[in-house]
Design a protein around this ligand. Structure first.
Ligand code: MN3
Length: 238
């Protein structure tokens, strides 16, 4: 004789996938996609002319950076990656598609690069950044040399960085392609507070093969106020 209890496993089987679906929907409803933006340049294309020419700025921002942004959005759309911040994405980048690494890195790196440049830039940093630089490099000149060396010895395309490590100390490094110090693939991880693009597209029109001349001219447009702001933010988030 058939017991009515034989229906219980059948009912369970029917309900389990349904309850899973409900849980998943709730998870999605709770989260808000991270808002990635292609921000306007904070100055005119010709504003940095003393160090970077107008045409380079136009091509670099409006074609190279825009392409990274568009391809990054394409790479994450329709995936759960849209919910992650840059920090969350980069901390597990070794497990993600290479298009996310290249284009997500490309977007983040250029956005940070534009922000640390200014027509009113140059000179020397002040406040806590100056102290931290002196602590790690003994002097501002030694830091500049270490940073230029990092950029000059990067074979092919990449970036030079000044970053804060987990102990709150500053260090200089360089990464290939569009990698950055937030990624779990780099040797020394940290939060970048200053970055310099040393891809040829960043300097070739004016400086041709003279990467060192471009790096030296970079110091005249560094927005130390923004670097200080990034330093303080990184320190708070340690
Ligand atoms: Mn670039």
């Amino acid at each position: 004789m058939k017991s009515r209890f034989t229906w219980i496993p059948v009912l369970l089987l029917l309900f389990m996938p349904l309850s899973g679906l409900v849980a998943q929907q709730k998870l999605v409803v709770k989260k808000t996609p991270f808002r990635h933006e292609f921000k306007a340049l904070p100055y005119a294309y010709d504003a940095l002319e003393k160090s970077i020419d107008k045409e380079t700025m136009e091509i670099h921002y409006d074609r190279h950076h825009r392409a990274y942004f568009n391809n990054f959005m394409k790479a994450i759309e329709k995936t759960d990656l849209v919910y992650l911040t840059f920090e969350e994405l980069f901390s597990r980048i070794s497990q993600l598609p290479v298009a996310v690494r290249n284009n997500g890195g490309g977007h983040y790196n250029h956005q940070m690069f534009w922000s640390v440049l200014s027509p009113d830039g140059g000179g020397e940093p002040g406040g806590q950044v100056a102290e931290a630089i002196n602590k790690s490099f003994d002097s501002f000149d030694n830091f500049k040399q270490a940073f230029e060396d990092a950029g000059a010895t990067r074979f092919g395309s990449g970036w030079a960085w000044l970053s804060m490590n987990a102990q709150g100390e500053l260090f200089v490094s360089s990464t290939p392609n569009q990698d950055n110090p937030l990624m779990d693939v780099v040797e020394e991880r940290g939060t970048p507070i200053l970055g310099l693009d040393v891809w040829e597209h960043a300097y070739y029109l004016r400086y041709q093969n003279k990467r060192t001349s471009y790096m030296q001219a970079f110091w005249d447009i560094v927005n130390w106020k923004e670097v200080e702001r990034r330093f303080e933010k990184a320190k708070k988030e340690l």
